[in-house]
Design a binder for this molecule. Structure first.
Ligand code: ZN
Ligand code: ZN
Length: 380
C-alpha cells in the first residue's frame, strides 16, 4: 500500500529527470506517422512509451506473415488485418494515455493537407521512392517538417526535410531514383504495375536502430534542441562494419517540390455528402470567379474498350488502379481509361460527393479561377 503521494512513481519519472525534457510539450504534440511497417512499428512503440500525446498513423496495407519478424505490434492472428488499425489497438495497450487515430488508406488522398498542417512533425516510415515522393510533396505543401527513415540490410539513414530550408527529398533524386520512380507508371496509360515491388533484405535490428534515431530527432525538434540534424541533412548508419556519416544534401534549384500553400486559407465545414458542385458553390461565396474543383490526383472515371465497345464506370484515382484491371473482361483487350483532373461547374461529375471522391475531412481543396488557384479547407 502506498502511503504518501510523493512516493507514487509516475510513468514518465525517469525521462523527466533529463534536464531539457518537457513532458507537456510531448503530451501536446501532434505527430503523424506515415507507414506502419517495420520502421513504423518501432517509431510508434517509442512514441507510445514516452507519452507522445496525439499520434495519427496511416498505412494502406494489411499485416502479412513476413512482417512478423520485424513488427512488435503485430501478432500471428493479425495477418490480413489493416496495419494502421491494429497498430492503434496495440498502442492503446502499451499506453492508454496516448490519443491515437488510425487511417487505413493512401497518404496521397486519405489524410487531409489541413491535418498535415496541424502536425508538429511527420515521421516517414515508408518503403518506396513513390510513397516518399508523395509524402515529401504533401509535407512541403502543408509547410510541415518531416523525418525520413530508410532501411537496407545492414545500413539505414535518417534525413530531415523542411519546407523552407535546405534540400528536400526530391532535391536528392538521381537518374537511378527517377528510374525507380517511373517504373511504377511504366504500364500503358500510366497505370500501376501489379507486379510486387522489390523486397528489401533487412532485419529488426536495422529497423529499430533507424526508427530510434528518427524518434530522437523528432524529440529534439519538439524540444527545440539544436543538436540534431539540420534541415537538408542526412545521417547514415552502417552496422556491418560500424560507421556513421552525416552529409548535407545539395539543394536542387530546379526542384519542383518547394511549393508551400498560402498561410491564410479559409476553413469551411466538411460534409462527406457535399457534392463537388456544391463545394464549388461554397468556394464561390469566397471568390465568385471560381469555376472548377481540381482533384488531388487524376481520377479514372471510365474504362472503354476500343475493340468491343464495352464501357465500365470506374471512379478511382489512377494511382490506385492496377494495370490488370484495364483488360476488357468481355474480349480480353486493353481498354482505354478516361481520366479527369478537375471537375467543372455544371459537369456531370459535379454530382459526385466528397465522400465518393475519397476526399477526407481537413483536406485543402484547390479551385481554379481566371487568375490561378483558390484554396479552401473542408473541416476544422
Ligand atoms: Zn527540393
Ligand atoms: Zn472488349
Amino acid at each position: 500500500m502506498i502511503e504518501f503521494a510523493d512516493q507514487v512513481e509516475g510513468r514518465y519519472d525517469r525521462q523527466t529527470l533529463i534536464s531539457w525534457w518537457d513532458q507537456p510539450a510531448l503530451a501536446n504534440a501532434q505527430i503523424i506517422v506515415a507507414g506502419a511497417g517495420a520502421l513504423g512499428n518501432e517509431v510508434l512503440k517509442l512514441l507510445a512509451l514516452m507519452g507522445a500525446g496525439h499520434v495519427l498513423v496511416i498505412d494502406f496495407d494489411t499485416v502479412s506473415r513476413s512482417n512478423l519478424s520485424r513488427t512488435i505490434l503485430f501478432r500471428e492472428e493479425d495477418v490480413g488485418k489493416p496495419k494502421a488499425h491494429i497498430a492503434k489497438e496495440r498502442l492503446h495497450e502499451i499506453n492508454p494515455e496516448v490519443d491515437v487515430r488510425s487511417v487505413d488508406g493512401d497518404l496521397r488522398t486519405a489524410v487531409g493537407l489541413g491535418e498535415l498542417r496541424a502536425a508538429d512533425v511527420v515521421l516517414g516510415c515508408l518503403d518506396s521512392v513513390n510513397a516518399r515522393w508523395a509524402l515529401n510533396r504533401r509535407c512541403l505543401q502543408a509547410g510541415v517538417e518531416w523525418i525520413d527513415g530508410a532501411i537496407s540490410d545492414f545500413h539505414g539513414s535518417v534525413a530531415r526535410y523542411s519546407p523552407d530550408r535546405g534540400a528536400c527529398y526530391e532535391c536528392t533524386f538521381t537518374p537511378r531514383t527517377l528510374e525507380r520512380f517511373h517504373r511504377r507508371y511504366s504500364c500503358p496509360f500510366g497505370l500501376v504495375s501489379s507486379q510486387a515491388q522489390d523486397k528489401t533484405p533487412t532485419t529488426a535490428v536495422t529497423s529499430s536502430v533507424i526508427a530510434a534515431i528518427q524518434v530522437q530527432q523528432a524529440l529534439m525538434m519538439l524540444h527545440h534542441v539544436e543538436e540534431g540534424l539540420r534541415p537538408g541533412e542526412r545521417l547514415t548508419v552502417y552496422l556491418k562494419p560500424y560507421r556513421m556519416l552525416t552529409d548535407r544534401l545539395p539543394v536542387n534549384p530546379d526542384c519542383l517540390a518547394h511549393d508551400t500553400l498560402p498561410a491564410d486559407i479559409p476553413v469551411t465545414a466538411y460534409d462527406g455528402a457535399l457534392t463537388a458542385g456544391e463545394a464549388i458553390e461554397v468556394a464561390r461565396t469566397f471568390l465568385p470567379t471560381v469555376d472548377s474543383l481540381c482533384l488531388p490526383l487524376e481520377l479514372v472515371v471510365e474504362f472503354r474498350c476500343d475493340t468491343c465497345g464495352a464501357a465500365q464506370p470506374v471512379l478511382r484515382y489512377r494511382e490506385h488502379v492496377l494495370q490488370d484491371e484495364a483488360m476488357c473482361p468481355a474480349c480480353g483487350e486493353l481498354r482505354t481509361p478516361t481520366c479527369v483532373e478537375a471537375i467543372g461547374r455544371g459537369s456531370a461529375l459535379a454530382a459526385l460527393s466528397l465522400g465518393q471522391l475519397g476526399i477526407p475531412r481537413r483536406e485543402i481543396l484547390s479551385f481554379s479561377h481566371d487568375d490561378g488557384r483558390f484554396y479552401l479547407q473542408f473541416g476544422e
